[in-house]
Design a protein around this ligand. Structure first.
Ligand SMILES: C[S@@+](CC[C@H](N)C(=O)[O-])C[C@H]1O[C@@H](n2cnc3c(N)ncnc32)[C@H](O)[C@@H]1O
Length: 226
């Protein structure tokens, strides 16, 4: 998705900062898009974890051909990797929690992976996402949400290269996201801003990006393990 290349990846890398001495877990890594990006960006050690065997199989096949030194894990983090990470990245994984208890359980699993003082950078649905489903159409996706309450379903549809897909994500209020993180042992998160890459097409100051920057669909939460 050009949107991810021009805006989302550079935003996440910017907020991660210098990762050259970091051991990073990509929690909910899916097909490994970010896992590979982290490895290519020079992280010391990168592990990708996902609950879906199909996703991990795909990511491992990519690793076999690309040889980036990434380890992939399905399901829960094994004991040997607990407390082994400086940083956990979790992109679009918290919206998979169907209940508040599941949301806290995910945050606890992340906390267990981190060393004391480690960081969790995560992108949930933005609590103030735009109510018009067409607002994000120019970026390649449509979102619709009937009600704004915890665990409310958000219908997410996108198309890439002529193929389209839909899935249901869960909406969480800002108060609930912060509460779940606190319950899992994190300090109050910083809310970070999006940015557009200098090499984006159209360029970063083009009006194309203004509607997204004014009302992003994803929030960026940066939380430190207490
Ligand atoms: C929307 S995908 C995002 C994948 C990837 N982070 C990305 O940005 O391309 C969310 C992923 O989270 C995974 N997931 C959902 N619940 C999970 C859990 N409890 N633990 C680990 N992974 C989970 C799903 O299987 C899915 O692959």
């Amino acid at each position: 998705m050009p949107f991810r290349r021009s805006l989302e990846f550079p935003t996440v890398l910017h907020h991660l900062g210098d990762i050259g001495t970091s051991d990073i877990l990509d929690f909910g890594c899916g097909s490994g898009v970010y896992t590979r990006l982290l490895a290519r960006s020079g992280a010391r050690r990168v592990v990708g974890l996902d609950i879906s065997e199909g996703m991990i199989d795909h990511a491992r096949r990519r690793e076999e051909t690309e040889g980036l030194g990434i380890e992939y894990v399905t399901g829960e983090l094994p004991e040997r990797l607990r407390g082994a990470f400086d940083l956990v990245l979790g992109v679009y994984v918290l919206p998979h929690a169907p209940t508040y208890d599941d949301l806290v359980a995910m945050c606890r699993a992340v906390a267990a992976a981190l060393r004391p003082g480690g960081r969790f950078l995560t992108l949930p649905m933005h609590p103030d996402l735009h109510p018009d489903p067409e607002h994000y159409a120019r970026y390649g996706f449509r979102l619709s949400l009937d009600e704004r309450h915890d665990a409310a379903p958000v219908d997410f549809g996108f198309s890439i290269g002529g193929q389209s897909a839909r899935f249901t994500a869960r909406y969480w209020t800002a108060t609930t996201l912060e509460k779940a993180l606190r319950e899992a042992g994190f300090a109050a998160p910083e809310w970070r801003a999006h940015l557009v890459s200098d090499s984006a097409e159209p360029g970063p100051s083009d009006d194309f990006w203004a509607p997204y920057l004014a009302c992003p669909h994803a929030a960026i939460l940066d939380a430190r393990k207490g």
